[in-house]
Design a protein around this ligand. Structure first.
Ligand code: SF4
Length: 466
């Protein structure tokens, strides 16, 4: 998946990018702000690449600017200052991060350019080598940006602030850009899967207490948020250092007055407990929507990649969900062409995946990452990775069609988010189908019962309000 365009605060499931256990919308989000001063107002543009974790952090930075008196600006080329939040999930993500920086500087060479995020954490020298970059902040250091912004100026060479120390974790949430809020409850990962560089970029797993996390969620809901999507690198690991867990957090979050919807988003199969699944069945707040990374479809490759479950275990998770919640949406990530994957491994993986009642597949060809175990193993040629990726994507499209067709005639609650270019209102069902309806009413931020009438291709359906 590649960055294909620049959009203002837009979101599309088709732009999700997955390489690790968490859901990653690989997209470009641009947020503009302008600072009011007594002299010339300073204008600031923000660009967030990569995952929703980055998006929640970028949105938080925007909130800090706004709290300090900044306003959103009209367009990117006018920005006196540009902040770009980078991604390093694959080699392609590194390249896209560099390209985005070059693009900004080509359009606006005078802008004070601040590069932050996972790519700058792992490769500060590569970013520093780009002529025109003024400041570089690492993954955690980026949260200090607002302390620095009052004194920003063009630099003869980049000022670099990148450290490997993880600090006390503080929950944060995106606000003001969508009906939904991405709520960061956890960061980092201790798993070190053989192909993954995220533990190097994001550090060890950490979170705050249930009490503090719920306090921050209450604040978000009091500001009008109706749907929260829990976000983190490995959210199933929430609370481990405090003797708490994700199940306890879910119980407390769903008690918040005014919170209508809660999505777990992505969770490792071995951390998705029966207790959580059974609770989703009863909950009126937690949505029947799961994202459970599979990554490899054979036991040999799961073991080789240091994943912590077998195909049998994974299949049982899916079966349990579907037996309890037949209409649940279940998405899975699959990496094809991991080192040593043979033709017969791939055939076995296809058979296994096809046997599962999954709603969406997010498929990615393996990408070599420095300082991982997998990069020292025997590589599958790029052409084969690409071909297998196309085959798996085609299979995923068939599975999505089966899921969408199974929903025709069903009545589901839809939270409306905005108006489509066609003039229709659009929103998402509880089981995460994008729905368009014809109506004269402005239903933004309202939940209505909708009959699902007709597939519109991909993951969209037309419906009518009942
Ligand atoms: S190391 Fe952590 S972040 Fe990376 S794939 Fe494994 S569980 Fe996901």
């Amino acid at each position: 998946m590649v960055i294909t365009n620049i959009r203002k605060i837009t979101y599309s499931r088709s732009h999700y990018y997955h390489i690790c256990n968490h859901l990653i919308p690989f997209q470009l989000i641009t947020i503009f702000a302008a600072r009011k001063t007594n002299k010339m107002p300073k204008k600031v543009a923000y660009i967030s690449l990569g995952c929703k974790l980055n998006f929640s952090e970028t949105s938080w930075i925007v909130q800090q600017f706004e709290n300090a008196g900044y306003e959103r600006a009209d367009n990117e080329s006018q920005a006196d200052v540009t902040v770009i939040d980078t991604c390093t999930v694959t080699e392609l993500a590194n390249k896209k991060s560099r390209q985005a920086i070059h693009k900004i500087l080509n359009r606006n060479p005078e802008t004070i350019l601040i590069a932050i995020g996972c790519y700058t954490q792992l490769k500060p020298d590569e970013v520093a080598a780009i002529q025109g970059v003024d400041y570089i902040f690492g993954s955690d250091n980026k949260m200090d940006l607002t302390d620095t912004i009052g004194n920003l100026q063009k630099q003869p060479k980049p000022v670099i602030s990148v450290s490997n120390e993880s600090r006390i974790f503080e929950p944060i949430y995106s606000f003001g850009d969508r009906t939904r809020s991405f709520f960061k409850v956890q960061d980092g990962c201790d798993y070190f899967c053989a192909y993954c560089t995220i533990p190097h970029a994001r550090g060890r797993s950490r979170s705050n207490t249930v009490a503090r996390t719920v306090e921050v969620a209450r604040e978000a809901v009091a500001r009008g948020i109706r749907e929260i999507i829990l976000t983190g690198v490995n959210i199933g690991d929430f609370g481990r250092a405090n003797g708490e867990n994700l199940y306890q957090l879910l119980l407390e979050l769903e008690r918040i007055d005014g919170l209508k919807r809660l999505r777990i988003s992505s969770i490792e199969p071995n951390l998705l407990t029966d207790q959580i699944i059974e609770h989703v069945v009863e909950s009126k707040v937690i949505m029947p929507h799961f994202h459970i990374p599979l990554q490899c479809g054979t036991d040999r490759l799961l073991t080789l990649m240091h994943r912590r479950y077998t195909t049998e275990f994974y299949a049982k998770r899916i079966e349990l969900i579907k037996s309890l919640i037949p209409d649940a949406c279940i998405a899975a990530d699959v990496i094809v062409g991991v080192p040593t994957e043979s033709e017969s491994d791939f055939d076995d993986a296809c058979r296994f995946v096809r046997s599962l009642p999954l709603s969406y597949l997010h498929v990615f060809p393996y990408s070599e990452r420095a300082n991982t175990l997998a990069v020292k193993m025997q590589m599958v040629p790029n052409e084969i990775r690409k071909h297998r990726s196309q085959q798996m994507i085609a299979m995923g499209a068939e599975m999505t069609k089966v899921f969408i067709d199974s929903q025709i005639g069903k009545i589901r609650p839809v939270l409306f988010e905005g108006e489509h270019a066609s003039g229709e209102m659009c929103g998402f069902t509880d089981n995460y189908i994008k729905v368009k309806v014809q109506t004269n009413q402005n239903l933004v931020n309202q939940i209505c019962k909708v009959e699902l009438l007709q597939p519109l291709g991909g993951d969209e359906m037309r419906g009518r309000i009942i």
